[in-house]
Design a protein around this ligand. Sequence first.
Ligand code: COA
Length: 190
Amino acid sequence: MSRRNTTDVPVPTLVTERLILRGITEADAEPYERHFVDYEVIRHLSAEVPWPFPAGGVGAFIRDRIVPVQGQDRWVWGLHRQGVDGVIGAIDLRRYGERKNRGFWLGREFWGKGYMTEAVIRVNDFAFDELGFERLVFANAVGNERSRNVKLRTGARLVGVAPGAFVDPAYTRQEIWELTKEQWLAWRGR
Ligand SMILES: CC(C)(COP(=O)(O)OP(=O)(O)OC[C@H]1O[C@@H](n2cnc3c(N)ncnc32)[C@H](O)[C@@H]1OP(=O)(O)O)[C@@H](O)C(=O)NCCC(=O)NCCS
């Protein structure tokens, strides 16, 4: 397969009504770990994520897996509440994800307030308006209602179900979603 072109677009700081989305750096490791290392968060993620999560693993993950590729066909933001220090979750966009272009998580205490929906809307705008995506593909475990609801609230269309492996072995299938630029512009203008 030929090597695809890499687009270098530095991770911009994005602002929404209640949030600031900033590119993840090693300085985020402590609050990231505090909110992320929680089985109720991690069990919904791809089986590639280790569980139990190794001590110090978040710092190493940010240093080795995120920082070196930030802005090179991959954009990983930490979600910060305006005026409050510390990440409360993260959202990740990638140009060449096989079955998905986006992932996200929020610390459990921040669920149910609309923060991820707010972040997703801003990141979708960035993907379509500034990165030139024509289509985004998403996936979640069948049964991960909160994740599917974020997609439903933001204009994505369910296109299929496939086998999938997640940290929680009870999840064995995944839903595949699509959002084209055309659908997004229609949702935006609704
Ligand atoms: C997926 C995840 C980020 C969704 O979190 P969430 O809090 O349900 O989503 P949002 O932040 O968009 O909040 C939406 C909820 O807030 C409510 N809400 C409150 N104010 C709102 C507002 N201003 N705008 C939108 N929704 C609002 C909505 O009604 C909804 O609640 P409901 O589900 O009880 O109806 C979170 O559950 C999570 O981190 N899960 C574990 C990791 C995971 O599954 N990641 C995705 C893998 S595919």
